[in-house]
Design a protein around this ligand. Structure first.
Ligand SMILES: [Zn+2]
Length: 331
């Protein structure tokens, strides 16, 4: 199965496969929340199945499909970090090379799906490069990346890149309505998710939208000096909301800047809370908002490293509280 917005990519690969000129290495790239993982799994199963249907999908019934679905296909290797946010190490990259030269169990090919490719550390990427330079016939390496620019250029250039761009709004809306029902505000969800349908679905299903309003309330209280930034940071980090908090802070301040300069900005993300954002930034200068935006962007980048999430949040919220206090004493 693939998502409705992936038809074009599927057709491209299917015609490559039909003509027996599918590249050994594919790089599926595009923002998070586009369903690349499902696409890669569907493709891997199709490559291993012996009885594909007319559209190129796996039959679902043959011995290869049964083993694939049970997660025990001996010619398929999914590769990922030990834990989310950790690196893919050189040992794993070596295991990929060793796996690809093994004799095949079935009369088919061997497939590796590695995600996220940008999680490979330098040693792992260099090791994989050798595999890419000398592809073994009958093997396919599928790499997935949210930010393909973060990959070694030499790795990138040896893969055929299949790009997944944010789908047309109407397609994403129809799909979200089919998942969530007609009554949901899918437009707001898609705005908040930068148009990525699966990310929008996650926002709706995991109660993230309600959390966002709670967090906004606490942010307002910090702005008016009614809450202590350190205890709010501690609370958010205890509730394991650090990455959500960084995401919302970043989106709020982007909208604040839009509201600062345009009376009815067309590209507003948090449209439902525009009045509240406007109230928060009353008497705060645009240049201070830009500086704060930069801090939130940097903080999101640090989060992938080994930096303590609570400290990142404390730093941001203390900065914001100081900025707001200045405004409160001035006015
Ligand atoms: Zn099959």
């Amino acid at each position: 199965m693939i998502y409705p917005w992936q038809q074009q990519q599927w057709c491209l690969l299917k015609s490559g496969s039909d003509e027996d000129r599918l590249p050994h290495a594919l790089l599926l790239s595009g923002p998070k929340g586009m369903g690349k993982q499902l696409f890669a799994t569907t493709l891997a199963q199709a490559l291993l199945c012996r009885y594909r249907d007319g559209e190129g999908f796996a039959c679902g019934d043959c011995p290869a499909c049964e083993r694939f679905q049970a997660g025990t296909h001996p010619d398929y290797l999914p590769v990922m970090p030990e834990d989310e946010g950790k690196s893919i190490t050189v040992d794993k990259a070596r295991a990929v090379s060793e796996f690809l030269v093994l004799k095949r169990h079935y009369d088919g090919c061997r497939v590796v799906a590695l995600a996220p490719a940008e999680a490979m550390n330098t040693a792992a990427a260099n090791s994989l490069l050798k595999t890419l330079e000398e592809p073994v016939p009958g093997t396919f390496l599928i790499l997935l990346a949210n930010t393909s620019g973060a990959l070694l250029a030499t790795v990138r250039s040896r893969c055929q890149q299949i790009k997944f761009v944010v789908p047309q709004r109407i397609i994403a809306q129809e799909w979200l309505h089919s998942q969530l029902g007609e009554w949901q505000d899918v437009e707001l969800l898609l705005n908040l998710a930068d148009g990525a349908p699966l990310q929008a679905l996650r926002l709706a299903e995991e109660g993230v939208l309600e959390q966002r309003l709670e967090m906004l309330e606490q942010f307002e209280q910090i702005s008016t000096g009614k809450s202590d930034p350190v205890s709010v940071a501690r609370q958010w980090s205890r509730q394991k909301r650090v990455s959500d908090a960084l995401f919302w802070l970043n989106r709020w301040v982007m909208d604040m800047i839009r509201l600062k300069y345009v009376s009815q900005p067309p590209s507003l993300v948090n449209r439902d809370v525009a009045e509240r954002l406007l109230a928060i930034i009353k008497d705060i200068g645009g240049s201070l908002l830009f500086a704060f935006l930069e801090r939130t962007t940097k903080a999101s980048q640090y989060l992938h490293g080994s930096i303590n999430g609570q400290l990142l949040l404390e730093d941001l919220l203390i900065t914001w509280a100081a900025l707001a206090r200045q405004r409160n004493t001035n006015s």
